[in-house]
Design a protein around this ligand. Structure first.
Ligand code: PRX
Length: 655
C-alpha cells in the first residue's frame, strides 16, 4: 500500500469532529441558523464534512429553478471521501464490511482492502476505455463486489445506475436503453433463501433486445461458478478486469453537480423515471444523516437490510456508512432463511449497534415469532443495539411498540425515517438525543429541510389538518432532474398549481395539533407501496395489457396486514369472462406474465375478471370504486353516473 497518500492526522482530526445534535435546544438552534442564513448553514457543513479537490465558492444557484445547483464550482470525488480519507486518518485496518452470505459464510473486508479492490477494478474499467460521464448499469446481488462496482464507477467519474436484481430482463433492458449504458456489471447467479437465480442469463436476454447496442461490455462477478453462456469480446469476468491492474487509482475530481448515479423509480404515469443525483450535495447529506439520524460513531456496527437496488441501499450501504467510516454488516439473503430468526441471530453474531430495516420485514417477523417460540427475539442476545430505524412505509403504532420492546429491549430510540428516492436521504426523522421518538410519526424535519403541509393551491394548512407534503426550499441532496426528461422533472415535482417553487413529495401528511409532529398518510397519486417497494399502477396495467388475452386492466392497492399494500387487478379479457377453475388458471397465468414483464414484486395478489370495468359516461374508469371493492367495502359512492352499473355485481361475485 505504498501508494497510499501521506497521513495528515491534524486534517483528519478536524474532519472527524462530528456535528451531532444533542438536545432539543441544539436542534432549534440549527433550524434557526438554517432559517436565518440558509446558504451559510449548508456551506459550513459542506466545507467541514467533505474533502474538496477544489473548494466551492458558490453555494446555491436558483437562477435556473427548478433546476437548482449546489456547490457548483467545487470539485470532489465520492469514492475519495468514502475510502481515501480513512487511509489518511490511519483507519485502513478497520473493518469496512462484514458480509454474511445466504449460507452463513462470513467475509470481512477492511477499509484498506476495500480501497485496494476499488482501485484495481477502477483501473480495470479505465483500461476498457470507460471514464468520466459514461453510464454503467449494475445488476448484481448483495455483495461486496456490488459496493466495489459502485465505488469504482464513482472513482473514475462514471455514473452508475443500479437495477434491482429482482427485475425482469425487460425492465433491465428498458433501463439500460434509457440511461444509454456503455457497460453492464452483473453476476453469474444470485443466491437468496437457498434459491439460485440466473442473473447473467437474464442480463443476456436484456442485452439481446433492440436498444442496447451501445453496451460494449458485460462484466460478470463469479458468485456461484454456475454455467453461463459467454459472448466473446463483450463478456469479461470481474476478476479478470481487475487482475494485474495497479494498486493505486487517482480519484477523478468531478464537479459537485456531476451525476453520481441515476436510479429508476416508479411514478404515477408512464414508465419509471431515472432520478438523477449529484455528487456533492448527495454525499454531504448521506454523511450528515448518518450522524444526525443514526448518531453513527466510529465504534458503531451499522446494519441496513435494504438491497443496493433501492435508494436506501445506495445512501445507507454504498455511501453513507463508508463516508462516516463505520463498520457495516451486509447481507446476501432473506430474513426468513434458514428461519425467521435470521436477523436477530445476525445482530447477535455481529454485535450490531444500529439496525435499519423496513416495517414489512418487522411485520412478517412478528407473525413468525408468534408462531414459533424458538425464533422469538427473546432467544437472542440483542444487547449490542442502541438505535433502531425503519424506512419505506408507515409503521403502525403496534408494530412500532413490538419493535421497541422486543428488539430494542425498551431502551433503543426508534427512528422512523421518511424520505424518497428523490430526496437522497432522510428528510423527516427523529434525531435521538434531541427530538423524541413517537409511535406512528416520523416527527420533525431535519435542520435545513423546510418541510410543510399545504393545500391544493400551495397555501399552508394549520396543524391538525391534512394536506400535501412539500419542501419549500431546495436542499443539497435533492433530485436534480429526471434523466433525459427535464420537463417531466419540472411537472412532477414543481407543479404550476402549487406555484412552481414547492417540491411536491407525492405524499399526504398531517401535523399534530400540539407538537407539530408529522405523520405521513400515504401517496396522493397512483403509486403503490408493496412491502416497501414503490410501484406505479400504470406500469402493472400496461404489463397486463400486453398479454394477448387482455382487453383492459385496472390496478389498485388495498391494505394488507403483511405487505402494507397489496396489488389488486381488475381485468377484462378479449373473450367471455372466465369463471371457476378457468378463472383461477388464467389468474395464475397473468400473475406469471407480470412477473416476467416487470419482476416478481409486481405480481398482483388478486385478479378479478369482469366483462367490463366500471366507467363514467365519459369513459373514465372509476378507480375509487375499484379501491372500495378491493377492500370489500360497501359501495358508498353514487353509482348513478356509471355507464354500466351491472358490472359492480359481476366484480363482487368474482372474489
Ligand atoms: O410514500 C412514501 C413512502 O415511500 C415513498 C418513497 O419510496 P421510495 O422512493 O422507493 O423510497 C423508499 C425509501 C426511502 C414515499 O413517497 N415512505 C418512505 N418512508 C416512509 C414512507 N411512508 C411513511 N413513513 C415513512 N417513514
Amino acid at each position: 500500500m505504498s501508494q497510499t497518500p501521506p497521513i495528515d492526522r491534524s486534517e483528519a482530526a478536524r474532519r472527524s469532529q462530528t456535528p451531532y445534535i444533542t438536545s432539543m435546544a441544539a436542534y432549534n438552534a440549527m433550524c434557526d441558523e438554517a432559517a436565518r442564513d440558509y446558504e451559510c448553514f449548508w456551506a459550513r457543513h459542506a466545507r467541514r464534512l467533505l474533502h474538496w479537490h477544489r473548494p466551492f465558492t458558490k453555494v446555491l444557484d436558483e437562477t435556473r429553478a427548478p433546476f437548482y445547483t449546489w456547490f457548483e464550482d467545487g470539485q470532489l470525488n465520492a469514492s475519495y471521501n468514502c475510502l481515501d480519507r480513512h487511509m489518511e486518518s490511519g483507519n485502513g485496518d478497520k473493518a469496512a464490511i462484514i458480509f454474511e452470505a445466504d449460507d452463513g459464510a462470513v467475509t470481512r473486508i477492511t477499509y484498506g482492502q476495500l480501497f485496494l479492490r476499488v482501485c484495481r477494478f477502477a483501473n480495470g474499467l479505465k483500461a476498457l476505455g470507460l471514464g468520466k460521464g459514461d453510464r454503467v448499469v449494475i445488476y448484481m446481488p448483495m455483495s461486496i463486489e456490488a459496493v466495489v462496482a459502485m465505488q469504482a464507477c464513482a472513482r473514475i467519474g462514471a455514473t452508475h445506475s443500479v437495477v434491482f436484481a429482482g427485475f425482469s430482463a425487460k425492465s433491465l433492458h428498458e433501463r439500460l436503453a434509457d440511461v444509454g449504458a456503455v457497460a453492464l456489471i452483473t453476476a453469474d447467479e444470485q443466491v437468496r433463501g437457498g434459491k439460485v437465480l440466473p442473473l447473467k442469463s437474464i442480463a443476456d436476454e436484456a442485452l439481446a433486445m433492440d436498444g442496447c447496442e451501445a453496451v460494449k461490455y458485460s462484466i460478470v462477478y463469479r458468485r456461484t461458478g454456475g454455467q453461463v453462456k459467454w459472448a466473446e469480446g463483450r463478456d469479461r469476468w470481474m476478476d479478470d478486469v481487475a487482475a494485474g491492474q495497479p494498486d493505486a487509482c487517482e480519484a477523478e475530481p468531478v464537479g459537485a453537480e456531476h451525476p453520481l448515479f441515476v436510479l429508476y423509480t416508479s411514478g404515477s404515469t408512464g414508465k419509471p423515471k431515472g432520478v438523477q443525483h449529484s455528487t456533492g450535495g448527495y454525499l454531504l447529506w448521506a454523511l450528515m444523516t448518518m450522524r444526525w439520524t443514526f448518531t453513527a460513531r466510529s465504534d458503531d456496527t451499522f446494519w441496513c437490510t435494504a438491497d443496493i437496488g433501492w435508494v436506501t441501499g445506495h445512501t445507507y450501504i454504498a455511501y453513507g456508512p463508508l463516508a462516516a467510516g463505520v463498520t457495516q454488516v451486509m447481507f446476501e439473503g432473506v430474513p426468513t432463511f434458514p428461519n425467521a430468526g435470521r436477523f436477530w441471530e445476525m445482530i447477535q453474531r455481529h454485535k450490531v449497534s444500529i439496525f435499519y430495516t423496513a416495517p414489512t420485514a418487522i411485520r412478517s417477523l412478528i407473525k413468525a415469532a408468534d408462531a414459533d417460540e424458538e425464533i422469538h427475539p427473546k432467544r437472542y442476545d440483542l444487547s449490542s443495539l442502541r438505535i433502531l430505524g425503519t424506512v419505506g412505509e408507515p409503521i403502525s403504532p403496534d408494530v412500532w411498540m413490538w419493535y421497541f420492546k422486543n428488539i430494542g429491549n425498551g431502551h433503543c430510540p426508534i427512528v422512523d425515517t421518511f424520505w424518497q428516492t428523490e430526496t437522497g436521504g432522510h428528510v423527516i426523522a427523529p434525531m435521538p438525543g434531541a427530538t423524541p421518538s413517537v409511535p406512528g410519526s416520523c416527527t420533525l424535519p431535519l435542520p435545513g429541510i423546510m418541510a410543510a403541509i399545504v393545500d391544493e393551491t400551495g397555501n399552508d394548512v394549520p396543524n391538525g389538518h391534512g394536506g400535501l407534503l412539500v419542501i419549500k426550499r431546495p436542499w443539497p441532496s435533492m433530485i436534480r432532474t429526471v434523466w433525459g426528461d427535464p420537463e417531466r422533472f419540472a411537472k412532477s415535482y414543481f407543479p404550476e398549481e402549487l406555484g412552481g417553487r414547492l417540491y411536491l413529495a407525492g405524499d399526504g401528511a398531517i401535523r399534530d395539533k400540539d407538537t407539530g409532529h408529522f405523520t405521513i398518510t400515504g401517496r396522493i397519486d397512483d403509486v403503490l407501496n408493496v412491502s416497501g417497494h414503490r410501484m406505479g399502477t400504470m406500469e402493472i396495467e400496461s404489463a397486463l395489457g400486453s398479454h394477448p388475452l387482455v382487453a383492459e386492466a385496472a390496478v389498485v392497492g388495498r391494505p394488507d396486514d403483511t405487505t402494507g399494500e397489496a396489488i389488486c387487478a381488475f381485468v377484462v379479457l378479449k373473450r367471455p369472462r372466465p369463471i371457476g377453475d378457468e378463472a383461477a388458471r388464467l389468474a395464475g397465468e397473468l400473475r406469471a406474465w407480470v412477473g416476467r414483464e416487470i419482476g416478481p414484486i409486481a405480481k398482483p395478489k388478486e385478479i378479478r375478471f369482469a366483462d367490463n370495468l366500471p366507467k363514467t359516461r365519459s369513459g373514465k374508469i372509476m378507480r375509487r370504486l375499484l379501491r372500495s371493492m378491493s377492500k370489500g367495502e360497501e359501495i358508498a359512492q353514487d353509482i348513478s353516473t356509471l355507464e354500466n352499473p351491472s358490472i359492480i355485481e359481476q366484480l363482487r361475485e368474482s372474489t
